[in-house]
Design a protein around this ligand. Structure first.
Ligand code: SF4
Length: 491
């Protein structure tokens, strides 16, 4: 699969890439389909069915409201958090969605996308809200546990159109019946890349044959899609959104939404840390990356603007380790703006190269393989990015990624209340520290090691396959069950 750095790092909204961003995108694609086929004109009734993990934990993850927004045509990459609040308040007040009202022009990425016929694009107001969504938490559709089916009926109640989608992690979606054509399309783009790879072995072979770094191989592949200045501007934008996400969290007060009464800690930690460490003493690196991870994940839990990296639940790890790279790498305090931009680009490209390996050989979906696939993959990607910026050889970068995943194997996904808060927020901080340590350990060696990155990725996939469904974002086991009754431990 020819996955771009911009597929792995996408701007979206919280709290979940698989349960918020993916469903919103799927509903938006269905709305586009209705407009393109002309079915929109006849549509008078809606039906939405959610299956498996989306039904089990969708309420806490914002899935139900994301679907409503997608049906109206909102795009997770461009919608602003304040627009979300206003649109949801309107839908709740009126009891209606305005089907396709916010839809942009047809998406050229859709095979066969055509301009709508005259009059077929006018939005249609349909009585529908969260209570009308039909939930099937115990039914898992064959392709993936995050299944959703959309249908519209005409004035007689006859079905006009129906489509089934799957949210497969990191905001990626698949439509039932379209998997083969998507696969064909991706494979044909893979063939067009100068250095195609799906395994770490292939990736390292390219670096040996060309003398390029891992970031360099990824950049060469990106250049086959768009000009380099556009790539660099896009990567700088990703970093800007990560920074803005962290800064937004530092301005907020009170508790996180959702009813668990989880206190926001980042603003208070920031105040204390700024007092304790005004000069950025390297002794405090861990406190700072803890803070960045916490802040990004608190913003994600708020439903704020966030970069999926490679998922929303794990969105704090890469910004935290990138913060480390840009503040504590040797000589970082003397970098010119250009040198800093290059370091950020190298970090994100190397991290993305490793992300490609996880998407190709395993999964980045907590509902499919547990949290090892989300937080573990992000930690592994971050370790690779840091090792790259610290001057690691391709073998050391691969080793860093391998170490980070090796020590995240078996991690279950059991968010309390189905909210991306406990254990997710702290888990990002812990995984960021692991990534820094993994990079440091790899750089102490020569890149040779016993277990390869490919082996550990396959092990993650097999561990996920064997993991009880209770521990894969179903809210049926682990902390999601035992932690719910504990409440707040007062001090
Ligand atoms: S436990 Fe991990 S995989 Fe599950 S929602 Fe939280 S961060 Fe995502």
């Amino acid at each position: 699969m020819a996955i771009s750095v911009f597929d792995l790092f996408k701007v979206g909204i919280g709290p979940s890439s698989s349960h918020t961003v993916g469903p919103m995108r799927a509903a938006q694609r269905f709305a586009q389909h209705l407009r393109q086929t002309g079915a929109l004109r006849e549509a008078r009734g809606l039906r939405v069915d959610l299956y498996g993990s989306l039904a089990a934990t969708g309420r806490g993850h914002g899935t139900f409201t994301a679907v409503l927004l997608g049906l109206e045509g909102y795009d997770p990459e461009t919608v602003l958090p304040e627009e979300v609040d206003a649109a949801l308040a309107r839908i709740e007040r009126s009891g209606c969605v305005e089907l396709c009202a916010r839809l942009a022009d047809p998406d050229p990425r859709d095979a066969g996308a055509e301009a709508p016929e005259d009059g077929a694009a006018a939005p249609v107001r349909i009585g529908f809200g969260v209570p009308d969504i039909v939930l099937h938490p115990l039914t898992v559709l064959p392709r993936h546990t995050n299944g959703m089916r959309f249908g519209v009926v005409d004035a007689s109640g006859d079905l006009l159109e129906e489509q089934t989608y799957f949210s497969v992690g990191g905001g990626f979606i698949l439509r039932e019946g379209a998997e083969e054509s998507v696969q064909d399309r991706l494979e044909s783009t893979l063939a067009e890349l100068p250095y195609s790879f799906t395994t770490a072995v292939e990736l390292l072979e390219h670096t040996r044959a060309t003398g390029l770094s891992i970031a360099g191989v990824m950049l060469a592949n990106e250049r086959s899609r768009r000009p380099e200045p556009e790539i660099r501007a896009g990567l700088a934008h990703i970093w800007d959104v990560m920074e803005a996400c962290k800064n937004s969290a530092l301005e907020r007060t009170g508790v996180l939404p959702g009813g668990l009464e989880v206190r926001r800690r980042a603003p208070e930690w920031h105040r204390r840390l700024t007092e304790q460490d005004p000069d950025r003493d390297p002794r405090y690196w861990q406190e700072w990356i803890n803070l960045v991870a916490l802040a990004v994940n608190e913003e994600n839990a708020t439903g704020g603007r966030v970069v999926t990296a490679p998922t929303n639940g794990a969105a704090g790890i890469i910004p935290a380790v990138l913060f480390y790279a840009t503040h504590y790498a040797p000589g970082a305090d003397e970098w010119t703006p250009e040198e800093k931009a290059d370091a950020i680009a190298d970090f994100l490209l190397a991290a993305a190269a490793v992300g490609v390996l996880y998407k190709e050989q395993a999964s980045i979906s907590g509902a499919e393989v547990g949290c090892q696939g989300e937080v573990g993959s992000a930690s592994s990607m971050a370790a690779a990015g840091l090792a790259q910026v610290l001057g690691g050889t391709p073998e050391q970068v691969e080793n860093a990624a391998e170490i980070a995943m090796e020590h995240n194997l078996g991690l279950t996904c059991d968010p309390i209340g189905g909210l991306v808060q406990i254990p997710c927020i702290e888990r990002n901080a812990i995984a960021a520290s692991k990534a820094v340590n993994a990079a440091k350990m790899a750089l102490m060696g020569d890149g040779s090691h016993h277990v390869s990155l490919d082996q550990v990725i396959v092990t993650m996939r097999e561990t996920g396959r064997d993991m009880s469904e209770k521990y894969k974002e179903t809210a049926m086991g682990g902390l999601a069950v035992s932690g719910i009754s504990v409440g707040v431990v007062e001090c």
